[in-house]
Unconditional design. Structure first.
Length: 378
C-alpha cells in the first residue's frame, strides 16, 4: 500500500491568510481523485492519493462565505510558476486510476497556478474598475480607449468572480435560475486572456436581459470589487519560476555541461502561453541584471566531474529516456505588459524581474534532486 507524503506549507508573506493543512493519509484512494466530478473539490483529496503531491500552500480567501480558497504548488516557500510536477504520469506503467488521478491533480494545480497569477494581476487594472467602464452597455467599446489597449475591465473582473465565487454567489451572478446552472462540481477556472475575458464580460446572469445583468454587476461592484482587490494586493508577487533545458555534451575543458540559458517565457507553463503568461523585462535600475538584453544569458556551465557527468547521462536515459534537466529562478512579478508604457504591448503577459542571480539545476521535475547552482554574471 502506498502512503502519501503530501503536506501544505505555511508560507510567510504568501498571503495575509494562509491555512495549515493535515498531512498524510491512512490509505490510498486514487479512484476518487481520478473522477472528474471531484475536480472542483480536488484539494480535499490531495492527502489521500497514492503518490506524493508535493509541497502545497492553501491561500485563504478573505471571506469564506463568498470566495473559495486557492491551493497552489510551492517550492522553497514560494508559489511555483511555470512547469509543475507531472508525477511521472506518462513514463511509468501503473494502474489506470493512479495515472488518471495524477493527470487530474496536475491539471488542477495548473488551473490554480493560472488563477493565482490572474488574481495577483487583478490589482494592476484597478484604475479601470469603475462604473463608467464596468457598466458600459457595450463591453467591447472600452477597447477604443488607448490607455486600455486590449484590457477588458468587466471581463477580467468577471473571470475573477467566476473562478473564486462560492456556489451561492456564483449562482447569484451567473445563473438565471437553478435550471440554468449545471452542477457546481463541474465548474472550472475561467481562463485569463484577451479572448476569454472578453467572453466572460457577457456571462453575467447568462446575459438574460439588461436589467438582470446590470443588477448583478452593480451588486458585484458594491460587495466584491474592493475585497477582491484587497486580496489581490495581499498575495506575494515573489515566485519560483521553473523551466527545462536539454542536457548538452559534456565539455572536458570547462569541467561541466555548458548551456545557453534562456529566461523562462510565457510558453514555459504550457497552455499559459495563450492566457495569463509571463516574460522577463529588465527595468532600468533592476537589482539583478543579466546579459543578452534580457532574453538569454551568456553561456553558463553546470560544473560536474567527468564521473558524475557520465553517471547522470546514463541514469537519465535509463529512468526517462530523455536528456532534460530542470532549473529554477527566484523572481518577482511586478506588472502586466499592457500596463507598462515602455513596452507598448497589448498582451496579458505578466512581467517579472529576477530576485537572485542564482540558477539551481535539478534532475527531476519534482525538484527534489538538485545538481548544482550557477550564478548569472553580467
Amino acid at each position: 500500500m502506498f502512503t502519501n507524503k503530501r503536506f501544505v506549507q505555511s508560507v510567510p508573506g504568501l498571503c495575509a491568510g494562509l491555512l495549515m493543512a493535515v498531512s498524510g493519509a491512512a490509505g490510498a484512494d486514487d479512484t476518487t481523485a481520478a473522477n472528474f466530478s471531484e475536480y472542483f473539490n480536488l484539494a480535499d483529496h490531495y492527502s489521500s492519493v497514492s503518490f506524493d503531491v508535493g509541497p502545497l500552500a492553501t491561500v485563504q480567501s478573505p471571506n469564506s462565505d463568498r470566495y473559495r480558497d486557492l491551493t497552489v504548488a510551492t517550492h522553497q516557500g514560494k508559489v511555483r510558476v511555470g512547469l509543475l510536477d507531472d508525477y511521472d504520469s506518462a513514463t511509468r506503467p501503473q494502474p489506470g486510476d493512479r495515472r488518471q488521478a495524477k493527470l487530474q491533480v496536475a491539471k488542477r494545480l495548473l488551473d490554480e497556478e493560472e488563477l493565482y497569477l490572474g488574481l495577483l494581476a487583478f490589482q494592476w487594472g484597478e484604475p479601470f474598475y469603475t462604473e463608467e467602464w464596468m457598466l458600459d452597455p457595450d463591453p467591447d467599446a472600452v477597447r477604443k480607449e488607448p490607455a486600455l489597449q486590449y484590457f477588458q475591465p468587466l471581463g477580467y473582473a468577471s473571470a475573477i468572480a467566476y473562478s473564486v465565487a462560492t456556489t451561492p454567489i456564483f449562482k447569484d451572478y451567473f445563473c438565471t435560475d437553478n435550471a440554468s446552472c449545471w452542477d457546481p462540481k463541474y465548474r472550472q477556472v475561467m481562463r485569463f486572456g484577451v479572448s476569454p475575458t472578453g467572453a466572460a464580460a457577457k456571462k453575467w446572469k447568462r446575459n438574460k436581459d439588461e436589467f438582470a445583468v446590470r443588477e448583478a454587476i452593480e451588486t458585484y461592484i458594491a460587495k466584491d470589487l474592493q475585497p477582491l482587490l484587497a486580496w489581490s494586493k495581499s498575495l506575494s508577487p515573489e515566485v519560483v519560476l521553473v523551466d527545462r533545458v536539454l542536457l548538452t555534451e559534456y565539455d572536458f575543458s570547462l569541467g561541466g555541461f555548458p548551456f545557453d540559458l534562456a529566461m523562462p517565457q510565457h510558453s514555459a507553463g504550457g497552455r499559459l502561453g495563450n492566457d495569463v503568461g509571463y516574460f522577463y523585462h529588465q527595468r532600468p535600475g533592476a537589482a539583478v541584471k543579466i546579459p543578452g538584453e534580457g532574453l538569454t544569458t551568456e553561456r553558463v556551465v553546470l560544473k560536474m566531474s567527468p564521473g558524475d557527468a557520465e553517471k547522470l547521462v546514463n541514469d537519465l536515459k535509463e529512468e526517462r529516456g530523455n536528456d532534460l534537466l530542470y532549473f529554477t529562478l527566484q523572481a518577482r512579478l511586478y506588472n502586466m505588459a499592457w500596463a507598462e508604457p515602455s513596452l507598448r504591448q497589448s498582451r496579458y503577459f505578466m512581467l517579472y524581474e529576477l530576485q537572485s542571480p542564482d540558477v539551481v539545476f535539478y534532475r527531476d521535475l519534482a525538484l527534489t534532486k538538485p545538481l548544482g547552482t550557477v550564478t548569472l554574471t553580467p
